[in-house]
Write a protein that binds this ligand. Structure first.
Ligand SMILES: [Zn+2]
Length: 286
């Protein structure tokens, strides 16, 4: 199993080439690219999207890093039909961006038509999420990108948990629909990370791997919080998941560690990804 990491939260001070050089140096095989920033002109200008993605794709190729998954637009405002027209247009542009990056997967979030804090009409929120997914599937199929719906940390939204993510995804009739399992988000509901992996099952196409204390989505390194990683290993091993062990850790990068500690923390982080990947392979071998 390959290992990867989300690029967006790390090395903000470096240019694209230096970021990819660092990924290779740390032993990563894949990257989780980032097109989240909805204020960027790539969400209004196709040529800007092509140019930006081209720069990143060439940097990835130079350093032998595979772009496996991409963060889609976030946060979008889904609270009116008019605003959803804009948000869903950005989703389609992100599908095209993933294609330009050479990424087989794009990760997006469920719709929050009643805002972040609720109260919500959960059935209506689910219906709108499914409608959004169906509306971007023609682009996903055209460009060969799998759109992965991610489980969320928001307790005011019923669709945050994996059983409701699965229920939404099952209503979309396309070979290009999948699920991204975010371990930190799931840990806010239960430390047993095996169960959501098994629920995602055949739809599991991408991972956001990080830990926390069960109350705050702090994006820590695996084994520094309360998540049950043995359960995670067994759960993922039981699925047909064939993608990378992709981290979404950010705690060290955003922290105030001195350079020499930061370098070691980054190395330890990559070792944690390698450990989990090897452990899953060992379970599969029996
Ligand atoms: Zn995530």
């Amino acid at each position: 199993m390959k290992i990867g990491i989300h690029k967006g939260t790390m090395w903000k001070r470096f240019g694209e080439d230096a970021k990819y050089a660092r990924l290779a140096e740390l032993g990563y095989d894949t990257v989780d690219e980032d097109l989240a920033d909805i204020k960027q002109p790539w969400y209004s200008d196709r040529a800007v999207m092509e140019a930006e993605c081209g720069v990143r794709r060439r940097a990835a190729e130079r350093h032998g890093i595979e772009i496996y998954q991409v963060h889609g637009p976030w946060p979008t405002d889904d609270t009116s039909e008019e605003k959803r027209v804009t948000a869903w247009d950005m989703m389609k542009r992100a599908v095209y961006g993933a294609y330009c990056l050479g990424s087989p997967n794009l990760v997006i979030h469920p719709q929050m038509p009643f805002g972040w804090g609720g109260p919500e009409d959960a059935d209506e929120a689910e219906r709108i999420t499914v409608e959004m997914l169906r509306s971007i599937m023609p682009d996903a199929e055209k460009y060969g990108v799998t759109v992965c719906l991610e489980n969320m940390p928001f307790k005011a939204q019923r669709i945050s948990t994996m059983d409701y993510i699965l229920r939404a995804v099952e209503q979309v009739d396309s070979p290009n629909i999948g699920i991204c399992f975010d371990t930190g988000h799931a840990n806010l509901y239960s430390h047993d990370l095996g169960e959501p992996a098994r629920i995602a099952g055949k739809y599991l196409k991408a991972l956001h791997v990080h830990d926390n204390d069960g109350t705050r989505d702090s994006h820590q390194m695996p084994y520094t919080g309360t998540a049950d990683w043995d359960s995670f290993i067994r759960g993922v091993a039981s699925t047909g998941y064939d993608g990378p062990m992709s981290l979404e850790t950010g705690g060290y990068a955003r922290g105030e560690l001195p350079d020499e500690l930061f370098d070691e923390a980054e190395r330890l982080n990559a070792m944690a990804a390698r450990h989990l990947a090897d452990a899953i392979e060992a379970v599969r071998r029996g």
